[in-house]
Design a protein around this ligand. Structure first.
Ligand SMILES: C[S@@+](CC[C@H](N)C(=O)[O-])C[C@H]1O[C@@H](n2cnc3c(N)ncnc32)[C@H](O)[C@@H]1O
Length: 239
């Protein structure tokens, strides 16, 4: 298990199995904070005066779309995920609320066929933790490849807070309470236990940020609600 949890087939299966309950559990897991963090993590973006191309990586069911469209209304949005279970709901959302205007791609970001130097903005919410360092290096290089020079990016992920009291409370909640809620309401405690295992190993976004910086991207660290989520944002300043 230890070595397999970063295997893309394993991760895909996990999200396929969670897809029917992900949205409600996501809300409960973070006491609704995740909605706020999805708004906050793109605050650094400066909207351009032309129609921007945005790519939302690991889009899930489209949880970031609303905040992205609010921040960058004059834009084309392309989204990517490899889980057909999650994308089934994303496509439904696209039909019902976005007039099918969002381009939905089912691809593995680590083996994608996205165009180079194309996107003005790359976003990614709550997708970093299921990658190991080798995969994070590919993710960083791919982010650099697909962004235009001057293009901006932002990543955010649930993290282990530094404050010991907050850490105790948060880990108890995520590790013990969430799987019980998952079992009670959704019949699937194991998948939700896994999310905490990923967070335990991930700790915070500092390591991922260092990997992105090494790939040649400008990066700035960000922390949300005393470190319960962390991330980084920045720019591709040169090719
Ligand atoms: C925790 S969910 C995040 C969903 C959404 N961005 C949000 O804000 O809630 C992570 C998503 O990443 C997707 N994913 C993980 N690894 C991937 C990969 N290598 N390529 C494409 N999608 C991937 C999963 O299928 C899942 O839908």
């Amino acid at each position: 298990m230890e070595n397999n949890i970063y295997n893309p087939d394993y991760v895909k299966g996990l999200f396929n199995r969670m897809s029917s309950s992900y949205e409600s559990m996501n809300f409960i897991t973070s006491f609704g904070f995740s909605i706020r963090w999805r708004r906050q993590f793109i605050k650094s973006f400066t909207p351009p005066n032309y129609k921007a191309e945005i790519l939302d990586l690991l889009t899930g069911m489209g949880e970031t779309w609303k905040s992205t469209k609010n921040k960058l209304p004059n834009s084309n949005l392309t989204v990517l995920d490899f889980s057909e279970g999650m994308l089934q709901y994303a496509k439904q959302k696209n039909r019902q609320h976005y007039n099918n205007e969002i381009i939905v791609l089912q691809q593995d970001i680590l083996k994608n066929d996205l165009p180079s130097n194309y996107y003005d903005f790359v976003t990614c919410a709550f997708g970093l933790k299921t990658f190991n360092d080798e995969q994070l290096t590919i993710l960083a290089l791919e982010t650099k490849r697909i962004l235009k020079v001057g293009g901006q990016f932002s990543f955010v992920e649930v993290s282990k807070p530094q404050n010991p009291m907050l850490y105790l409370f948060y880990s108890f909640y995520l590790q013990r309470v969430i799987p019980i809620l998952g079992k009670l309401f959704l019949g699937s405690p194991d998948e939700y236990k896994m999310l905490w295992q990923y967070t335990e190993k991930f700790e915070n976004a500092k390591n991922a940020m260092a990997i992105f910086a090494r790939s040649g991207l400008d990066t700035t660290f960000s922390a949300y609600f005393y470190g319960c989520a962390t991330g980084f944002y920045g720019q591709k300043s040169k090719s």
